[in-house]
Design a protein around this ligand. Structure first.
Ligand code: ADP
Ligand code: MG
Length: 472
């Protein structure tokens, strides 16, 4: 490509990199900024070359501010950025296609970013519906919320509330579940649905943290009346992560009054929490008892089928096609929560776009390895297989093979035993990672190892010694 770009572009980009480097973690710098090629400079417009559309979107989503700061420094306030995307058409013979992305003024980029951001600035003065809409992120919808056993009740209750806010007996509606299981998505979907279908109803989504901050500011600025008036006019109030109100007595008092007012006048209240109401310590009993008036529904960890559907949906939205085998692998490997699952998909796309290769099983393995091992206390199943194979002087392929030779069966059982103990994987998924065995084989293996440990101290010893290799 054009390696001998003019001196000026190079030095401007050098300056930008200088600022960027100081502002982003080293790994991100390597991943997202080193591959960029400064293309040209026309007046105050700098054009940079990026490897894919996805890469460009990623930069825009995540690094707008840093890029702005860099431009300010290198070119000045009027500095503009243009992206040129190189789409790899496969063969080396064909020249890359350049797509010129229209210039984004920094203000436009900012506006775009804001529009996509779920929680936002202090409450507007009026409850003008158009102003409130800013609080909702339109990308969260029922359409792209995959249904499964793990979320059926919560989803249908949310749907009922979305169709008839304030009218059903699901008032308040409280959705609870662990981190990354889709609470925010679901309640935002309710808000978006109402916004589109029930014109004139004002919907407000606010995180409990934001609510608390607004409350504190209202006290400081002596505008508490305005604050409560504002909230008492809302038709549908969505308060995310109420566990955050724990121990904040004054905020709870005010919320209690707002809650009562809204509820009495038939307005809809929707809340989320990361734990069941009975475990919400630090929340006043009178508030908790209000929560019981409506419906409490939980979100569980998604089962395998739901995980597969979520991955497929996500890829479809990104316009990416990958092998079923890869999808299956990821679904079997990441079962903690949907956010992690999405994280793996995003990294996969990022990696694929960086090194310009297809998303294949190898890539999926290396990517999910990094992500899965970052999970606290969990050891990756690949690592377990490697360590156990090493210990018995076998290969991982031996452990996965169909062979039922005695010298393979025992190590394989030991590896399964550790997989169960050290990873959050379901038996079915463990079997999958051992050459597609079924879950009863895994149960049997675990049983065998347990029995042997009871009967034979040397087995106990072996297990102990292998365990010490997992660093915990
Ligand atoms: P929480 O608020 O419970 O921590 P989020 O609502 O932020 O979780 O969800 C995390 C990510 O997972 C979001 O990107 C969301 O869109 C996605 N997600 C969660 N559940 C589903 C689902 N059932 N279908 C599709 N995407 C989901
Ligand atoms: Mg959330």
């Amino acid at each position: 490509m054009n390696s001998q770009y003019p001196f000026e572009v190079a030095s401007v980009w050098e300056k930008c990199l200088h600022v960027i480097k100081a502002n982003v973690p080293e790994q991100s710098f390597k991943t997202w900024f080193e591959p960029i090629i400064p293309a040209h400079l026309h007046g105050k417009t700098l054009t940079i070359q990026v490897p894919s559309q996805f890469f460009y979107e990623w930069l825009e989503e995540n690094y707008v501010h840093v890029l702005r700061r860099a431009l300010d420094y290198a070119i000045g306030r009027e500095g503009q950025l243009e992206y040129s995307i190189i789409v790899d058409t496969g063969g080396d013979r064909q020249p890359p296609i350049k797509v010129q992305v229209p210039t984004h003024s920094p203000d436009m980029m900012e506006a775009k970013r804001k529009a996509a951001e779920p929680h936002l600035p202090p409450p507007p003065k009026s409850t003008d519906a158009s102003e409130l809409e800013m609080y909702l992120n339109p990308s969260y919808s029922f359409d792209n919320y995959i249904e499964g056993d793990c979320n059926r009740l919560a989803r249908s209750a949310a749907m009922a509330v979305a169709q008839r806010p304030g009218v059903t007996s699901f008032n308040p509606l409280l959705i609870y579940g662990g981190v990354g299981l889709g609470k925010t998505h679901l309640v935002q979907a309710v808000g978006n649905h109402i916004k589109v279908h029930a014109h004139g109803k004002s919907v407000l989504y606010v995180s409990s943290e934001k609510f608390t901050n607004q409350f504190i500011n209202a006290i400081k600025n002596n505008t508490l009346q305005g604050f409560t008036d504002f909230y008492m006019k809302i038709d549908v109030l969505i308060l995310d992560d109420v566990q955050f109100l724990s121990g904040k007595e004054k905020t709870q008092d005010t919320f209690f009054h707002i809650f009562n007012h809204l509820h009495q006048s038939g307005r809809q209240i929707i809340m989320t929490s990361d734990r069941r109401p009975s475990e919400l310590q630090g929340l006043q009993d009178r508030l908790l008892s209000r929560f019981k008036w409506g419906l409490t529904a939980d979100l569980q960890q998604p089962d395998l089928e739901t995980r597969i559907a979520i991955i497929q949906r996500k890829l479809q939205m990104e316009g990416i096609n990958i092998d079923e085998k890869v999808i299956e692998y990821v679904a079997h490997s990441v079962n903690t929560n949907v956010r992690e699952l999405e994280g793996v998909i995003v990294s996969l796309m990022a990696q694929a776009s960086l090194v310009r290769r297809d998303i294949d099983l190898e890539l999926a393995k290396s990517v999910s390895k990094n992500i899965v091992t970052s999970e606290e206390r969990t050891v990756n199943i690949d690592t377990i297989q490697e360590i156990v194979a090493d210990y018995f002087e076998l290969t991982v392929a031996d452990l996965k093979s169909k062979s039922r030779k005695k010298e393979l069966v025992y190590p394989r059982q030991v590896a399964m035993y550790f997989a169960k103990e050290l990873t959050p994987l379901a038996l079915k998924s463990i079997g999958y990672h051992f050459g597609g065995r079924d879950h009863s084989t895994v149960i049997h293996a675990i049983q065998m190892v347990n029995d042997l440990m009871q009967e034979d101290d040397s087995v106990k010893d072996t297990i102990q010694r292998i365990r010490s290799n997992f660093g915990g």
